[in-house]
Write a protein that binds this ligand. Structure first.
Ligand code: CDP
Length: 208
């Protein structure tokens, strides 16, 4: 079974994907890390994030080990990832790795922006996780404060809005629900309630 989970920044799709993967005993790939690692490579090479060729070279050089860098989760890297992810050549170069991961038996859970639409269009279960921008900013702020990182709520909200707009409006693989995705709005759900709701949706889809 392939479970494809998409949604905007900080919608909680990563946490949900991890919990669903553990529940069903499946491996999990956070595809945002791939774009974050490409951005890291571009910055390390002192190139510009909007330089498509530099970003494509970085995507080509990427190894699975690059995904273990703990700093990829740092705040600024989300925006940097969003810039390199708009280059079609970068997306194309990351496709085979993601599809190979999804092809493992007995299945896999992948989360990102285009899993249900582009990477795994035939996934049995597609979830689109949303929440208001304010609620997503509140959660990201709490998470950063919990990690002891200084964080400004207004700056986080702006980053989330800017990133969503860029991800939705890009020409290649924009952020949007697949036609057959089930949408889960987690604005008024805590992590446990969101997990229970997601489990119910997965089980509903598996019966079809
Ligand atoms: O965790 P968060 O939702 O903040 O971000 P992420 O999932 O790590 O993704 C970072 C950025 O990578 C996004 O804003 C997208 O621009 C890009 N991305 C993408 O284009 N396609 C994916 N499948 C995953 C991420």
């Amino acid at each position: 079974m392939i479970i494809a989970i998409d949604g905007p920044a900080a919608s909680g799709k990563g946490t949900l994907a991890k919990r669903l993967a553990a529940h069903y005993g499946l491996p999990h790939l956070d595809t945002g890390l791939l774009y974050r690692a490409v951005a890291r490579h571009v910055l390390d090479a002192r190139a510009r994030l909007d330089d498509a060729e530099a970003a494509e070279r970085a995507a080509e050089a990427l190894t699975a080990g690059d995904l273990n860098d703990a700093h990829l989760r740092d705040e600024g890297m989300g925006d940097a990832a969003s810039i390199v992810s708009a280059h079609p050549g970068v997306r194309e170069r990351l496709l085979a790795f993601q599809r190979d991961f999804a092809a493992q038996l007995p299945g896999a859970v992948l989360d990102g922006r285009d899993i249900g639409t582009v990477v795994c269009p035939l996934a049995e279960v597609k979830l689109f996780i949303t929440a208001t921008a304010e609620e997503r900013a509140r959660r990201r702020h709490l998470e950063l404060v919990g990690r002891g990182v200084a964080a400004d709520f207004t700056a986080i909200l702006e980053d989330i809005r800017r990133r969503d707009e860029r991800d939705r409006s890009r020409a290649t693989a924009p952020l949007k629900p697949a036609a057959d995705a089930l949408t889960l709005d987690t604005t008024n759900l805590d992590a446990d309630a969101a997990f229970r709701a997601a489990l119910a949706l997965v089980d509903e889809r598996r019966k079809i």
